[in-house]
Design a protein. Structure first.
Length: 84
């Protein structure tokens, strides 16, 4: 059974809001957002927070030889520990 988006209460809509924002869906044209200033403002605030979080945790790739350097460092430590 599908709920008509126009008939959602604020409580029902807000229960879905974090999932909608987290999914990256553009819900600016959602019927409830169009009709409800309170939920529209909440959406805009959550979207601002989500955008800031994405900037804080940008996708970063490690250096090309990082794992090789880690492996070499571990082997060197093991060699020093065994040689003691």
């Amino acid at each position: 059974m599908t709920t008509d988006p126009k008939s959602l209460t604020c409580e029902e809509f807000q229960a879905q809001l974090s999932d909608l924002v987290g999914s990256g869906a553009d819900i600016r044209n959602h019927p409830h957002i169009q009709d409800c200033a309170i939920c529209r403002q909440l959406y805009e605030e959550l979207q601002t927070i989500a955008d800031a979080a994405r900037q804080l945790f940008a996708d970063q790739q490690p250096e090309d030889h990082l794992w090789e350097r880690i492996e070499t460092a571990i082997k060197e430590e093991d060699g020093v520990a065994e040689g003691d």
